[in-house]
Design a protein around this ligand. Sequence first.
Ligand code: ADP
Ligand code: TRP
Length: 322
Amino acid sequence: MPRILTGIKPTGIPHIGNYFGAIKPALDLQHQGEAYYFIADYHSMTSLFDPRQRLEFTLGVALDWLACGLDPARTVLFRQSDVPEVTELTWIIGTMAPMGLLERAHAYKDAVAKGRTPNFGLFAYPVLMAADILLYNSNIVPVGRDQKQHVEITRDLAIKFNLTYGETFVVPEPRIRDESAVIPGLDGQKMSKSYSNTIELFGDEKTLRKKIMGIVMDSRTPAEPKPDADQNLAIQLLKLVAPAEVALDHENRLRAGGLGYGDLKKTLFAQYWDHFAAARARRAELTANPDYVEKVLRDGAQRARATAGDVLARARKACGLA
Ligand code: ADP
Ligand code: TRP
């Protein structure tokens, strides 16, 4: 049974780009193996410096995973920092990481290119991520294309450690999600917290209706046929949240002429709201029951720690730490 592992950084409020690009594909995998999904709160420390926000976003990500269908009886859900063994493994495998390799890692390179003063945490980011993956004997790591390099670094470090000290770590495989799974934001660019163009996964109804009704369209009249209907942003989003026949019907009516943009956006909002209605209700229930969520996370940490302890002991022994 393959071990599947992935992490999400608690650095903001998740949006439907995160959902369709990362959360849903990971949840679809939870029955194909033994899944370990965690909230990367140590990683968030390289860019977020508000402790209250970190706690709030960490709980938020846990609620989102559970509301969207993570089954805690089967899948191990935990907070990265509840298993501090990962920091020791970071040190151990950090000694296998050449400076040049880390200097080429994109999170660090981008910060330098933007003229920011990178901290040690950012430089060590890929080593901590490698420790996350190796600590749990992970076979498959589902990630977006932007994280491919980090999984390759993980493989390099595992192979080098195994050659130096003997077979210790499982060498993982990245499972890269399709490029076409880039969900566009309200302005047509990639949906991202950094571009303020997001549709939140769970949010206030009025605010979200306003956001969706505010999507800017061109000035063609409703009656005009629109041969480029498949390129329309609202149609693209509708295809994600509506039943296929509803999306297709709207695309055809837009192409033929006669469907106004206002009506199209109204449908998009209604379908989006409906698509997440069950998850929203579950999230509200979970929010009212913080003890349960905390129990799931503690139980997850306990299960994760059992595996982590074994792997760390094996690594310590291999490299001659008494
Ligand atoms: P953001 O760009 O909003 O800061 P993150 O970098 O925190 O998002 O991404 C978390 C996960 O969600 C990653 O696995 C990433 O690949 C995925 N993701 C983020 N935005 C999108 C998007 N617009 N389309 C598809 N997947 C996305
Ligand atoms: N760096 C990943 C991101 O920004 C989050 C992450 C941390 C991760 N550790 C991981 C993903 C281990 C997969 C495996 O999206």
